[in-house]
Design a protein around this ligand. Sequence first.
Ligand SMILES: [Fe+2]
Ligand SMILES: [Fe+2]
Length: 369
Amino acid sequence: MSPVESAGQPAAPLAARPLEVVANCWLVGHRNAESLLQCNTYLRVFDDGGPPLRVCVDPGSRLDFPQVSANLRALVGDLAEIQAFSLNHQDPDVVGNSEHLCTANPRVRMLVTEDVWRLVRHLGIQPGGVEFANPGRSRWFTVDNRKRWQLVPTPFCHFRGAMAFYDPELRVLFSGDLFGGVNQLGRVHLFAEPGDWAGVAQFHQIYMPSREVLQYAVRQIRALDPPVEVIAPQHGHVISGALVEQFLDQLYQLPVGRDLLVAELDETYLQGYQQAVIELLEWAEQTMEPAEIRQRLADSTVEDGLEQLLHWDGPDARLRGGGYSALLMVFLRLTGGEPLEFVNAARAHVLSICSLHGLPIPPIGTGVE
Ligand SMILES: [Fe+2]
Ligand SMILES: [Fe+2]
């Protein structure tokens, strides 16, 4: 059997399971059905007649190394065959396995911005060479006199020196955390579906600093020629087909980070949050007694201030104000002390409600694994 299996098939632990994104490009990260955050590592093989050039994109978390290593070895035989790797930025979920690549091949080249290298060098790693991705000098990552990738700066998404790489031959953009997403437990399919937008929105609302920087990045991506067909982020699902344009549009509109600190948010979306609270309570009633729900929401020993935002109109909960904050408080009160499965199901439900009504997603967390 081919070591390359489809995303839908179960795999034995540590069975090699690279997933083909397009020809000559695989996702080799650990698809972990028990995790809410997938760390995506990719392998791009340039195979144009001569000796193939193998480049690893964002080698990934040390926690995932056994699986990443198995996947890479299934494709290239030995990690020593990887001649270069790129780093979007210096977070541990991106750079953790760099040391393994440097050890396996002392001549391996690393592609990073100066701003990333200044921090990454503190890992103590010794690549065979460091190539600075600096569009001021060249807009291309060039190997053997061939322009392989176009440099696409995505400043503050989420690091000042973050750099995406565009492969014009495959029309794949390796975008780092930009377009990354959290996933629901068990949903680790390769290609994004429309419903996966909620996880992308939540990830950006947690990790990206402002809509302004997202809009700058989206404009850079839209200017690429030929147009991007596939976005391969460092988390979540690979985005392709009509969803590329759709997610670019949606990201352009999304309030994140600093935008969500604005106090008026609570009032601007009050009606939407009122509806969201109703829907969350309806959902909770499927598994929780109405009396228990009411007791939790009325519990005066919890000092979160919910009593000032929510009152009861007969059997109905009504918001007076503070919609964004109130939805978060209702979520926390409903899920307090409940099993993780219930908390995650509630979280997924809040995500989909907010996505459906176009509401900024409160910081309901992604859980601790
Ligand atoms: Fe990051
Ligand atoms: Fe990341």
